[in-house]
Design a protein around this ligand. Structure first.
Ligand SMILES: Nc1nc2c(ncn2[C@@H]2O[C@H](COP(=O)(O)OP(=O)(O)O)[C@@H](O)[C@H]2O)c(=O)[nH]1
Ligand SMILES: [Mg+2]
Length: 315
């Protein structure tokens, strides 16, 4: 049970345990050595790989060279990232572009804009601790060169849920259903809260409309460690196990049995990120795997770039 829940002075509704707290801890706290440097149960943030942080059940985790390739495409330059357009109505979005697009959706305050900034390596999206501040769809071009073309377009969508406008939901769905260039929608779920009712409704809508989608668990620092200070020194075996248990628990919710769920579920992998946890120069926790997922969705795997990821040497 998190102590924070007990501090709420006058709860308006009964205090319920968060999803994370309900997951049994499979490793025992007694195994933790309090001195991280010599602690075999603690991993530095640099050491954490997509296999530790994510859950891949239908796909394979990206290799180190694929991650390096993805990072290279997203390195900021004079021509990338570029803000391309903003629109509050689907009919005002430019239709002429042919570049593959991916959209980022989620409840207000889930961390969409923070993640996009981390992905693009630049504070180009507006972020706020107050929900409902992104009121438009904002499009950003990545991998552009002098000629102005972009390899992929990222869309920051208005949040749904608290402080959002009901008609945005309609506009977003119109966009997602009608947009030929859309390759995948990434749906962010707050790791502190799990799948809320409006997330479940969006997921069901996506399944019914057969829109390709994938889940990213945001703010994963809150699962990996108790607080920022602890997070800085790395992730404990317990924290990683707790995250893996959490991801496994989400699988049937994001990819339910097709015979009962009306349409295809999310892609068979769940990514995680912590947009404000820096892992090294220009590196943010979980972001390399998200970058690779964007490129995979857009069909940019290096084979047409002349910069093929180096094949992995079997060990
Ligand atoms: N602890 C934590 N807070 C985050 C993280 N990402 C974003 N936040 C905070 O969550 C709030 C909302 O972020 P924002 O990116 O504006 O969310 P959006 O409304 O979905 O675009 C801000 O106060 C951020 O600082 C994260 O990875 N960990
Ligand atoms: Mg935002």
């Amino acid at each position: 049970m998190r102590i924070r829940a007990a501090r709420i002075p006058v709860p308006r509704k009964p205090v319920t345990r968060s999803l994370i707290d309900q997951i049994p801890q499979t490793a025992t706290p007694s195994k933790i050595n309090p001195t991280p440097s010599s602690n075999p149960n603690k991993r530095t943030l640099e050491e954490l790989t997509p296999t530790d942080l994510c859950y891949y059940w239908d796909t394979k985790p990206p290799t180190p060279s694929q991650l390096a390739f993805a990072d290279k495409i997203f390195i900021p330059s004079r021509h990338s990232p570029l803000k391309l357009w903003s629109a509050s109505k689907f009919r005002t979005t430019p239709i002429s572009s042919i570049e593959p697009e991916v959209a980022f959706l989620g409840r207000s305050n889930v961390g969409k804009s923070s993640l996009l900034n981390a992905i693009m390596g630049q504070d180009i999206c507006w972020t706020s601790s107050k929900p409902g501040r992104t009121r438009e769809m904002n499009a950003f071009g990545i991998g552009g060169t002098k000629g102005g073309e972009h390899k992929v377009v990222l869309l920051d969508m208005p949040g749904y849920g608290k402080a959002s406008r009901a008609e945005w939901g309609m506009e977003i769905m119109k966009y997602l259903q009608g947009r030929k260039q859309l390759r995948r929608a990434f749906i962010l779920i707050d790791s502190e809260h799990g799948i809320k009712q409006n997330d479940a409704e969006i997921l069901s809508l996506f399944r019914r409309n057969a829109i390709p989608h994938q889940i990213i668990l945001s703010k994963v620092d809150k699962v990996l460690a108790k607080n920022r200070k602890q997070m800085k020194s790395g992730a404990s075996a317990i924290g990683i196990q707790r995250l893996q248990d959490f991801l496994r628990k989400l699988q049937p919710q994001v990819q339910p049995d097709q015979s009962i769920s009306n349409g295809p579920g999310a892609l068979g992998e769940i990514l995680t990120c912590s947009a404000d946890t820096h892992v090294g120069p220009g590196r943010v926790l979980g972001v390399d795997a998200v970058r690779w997922a964007i490129l995979s969705a857009a069909g940019i795997d290096g084979s047409l770039e002349g910069v093929q990821p180096t094949p992995e040497v079997p060990t």
